[in-house]
Design a protein around this ligand. Structure first.
Ligand code: DGL
Length: 270
């Protein structure tokens, strides 16, 4: 098969990466995609770096065995701790969600004060701080973990309870005078309106899912790997636990129907 027509492999701890897949479909409708959600071991955001690296390695192994042309780590917690290991271990191009989000924040800020929110694992790793300062050392970065956002979004909550959690989480970084805020978790794009209301409309929100899809498009063109097929593209889904909940919650994240879903085990699953 022509390399251009091979699939893009995308993995996440569960359903969150479907916000990234949504943005990929929007910008690259000709691409075949294989999405893996490690639903048996979600969430990654509360786990140690060693554990998340091991899980990410197994997901990458599973997808690379499917002859993909590019790998997308569509999970902030996994990107934060595993991208260097995966890039050393696998020889295909690997795109994470952190670098594109960090670059976009540096371009967007006017006062050089950037806020970052994410899971505990992402914030603890300081991966966004490092990536932002790698772009421009004069940037000031203020981070805050918002662990309750993930279950609230999955449960479909959006009213007062989310506002209260948001106010508690976001007060500290809003007070620092940031003009740009990175939504450093796959689930947060679904809370964009609430977050914007709390921090104020004048703060630019950076959606890592959007930036990752743009970076993927750029990489595919740069490497002459963009699909040219005129047939309908194929979307495949794999999960490591029963597909029922993935289907129920996932379609809200993806914004379209999910077909073609299979349960799988990862190589060294314990
Ligand atoms: N996908 C994860 C992330 O973007 C959120 C869910 C989890 O903790 O696994 O960090």
């Amino acid at each position: 098969m022509d390399k251009k027509e091979r699939s893009i492999g995308i993995f996440d701890s569960g359903i969150g990466g479907l916000t990234v897949l949504h943005e990929i479909h929007k910008r690259l409708p000709k691409e075949h995609t294989i999405y893996l959600g490690d639903t048996a071991r979600v969430p990654y955001g509360i786990r140690s770096p060693e554990t998340v690296i091991r899980y990410a390695f197994e997901s990458a192994q599973f997808l690379t065995a499917k002859n993909i042309k590019v790998l997308v780590i569509a999970c902030n917690s996994a990107s934060a701790v595993s991208i260097d290991t995966l890039r050393k271990s696998f020889s295909l191009p690997i795109i994470g969600v952190i670098e594109p989000g960090a670059k976009a924040a540096v371009v967007a800020t006017r006062n050089r004060k950037i806020g970052v929110i994410g899971t505990e694992a992402t914030i603890r790793s300081q991966a966004y701080d490092i990536a932002i300062r790698r772009e421009d050392r004069s940037m000031e970065v203020f981070s805050h973990a918002c662990p309750l956002f993930v279950p609230l979004v999955e449960e479909g909550w959006s009213g007062t309870i989310v506002e209260l959690a948001g106010e508690a989480y976001l007060k500290d970084i809003s007070d620092k005078g940031i003009d740009t805020l990175v939504l450093g978790c796959t689930h947060y794009p679904l809370l964009k309106h609430v977050i914007s209301r709390i921090v104020g409309q004048n703060i630019t929100l950076i959606d890592s899912a959007v930036e990752t899809a743009k970076q993927l498009r750029a990489v595919l063109h740069e490497l002459s790997l963009a699909a040219t097929n005129e047939d309908k593209s194929i979307q495949e889904f794999f999960v490591t636990d029963s597909p029922a909940r993935f289907l129920e919650v996932g379609e809200r994240f993806l914004g379209s129907k999910i077909h073609n879903i299979k349960k799988t085990a990862l190589a060294m699953e314990v």
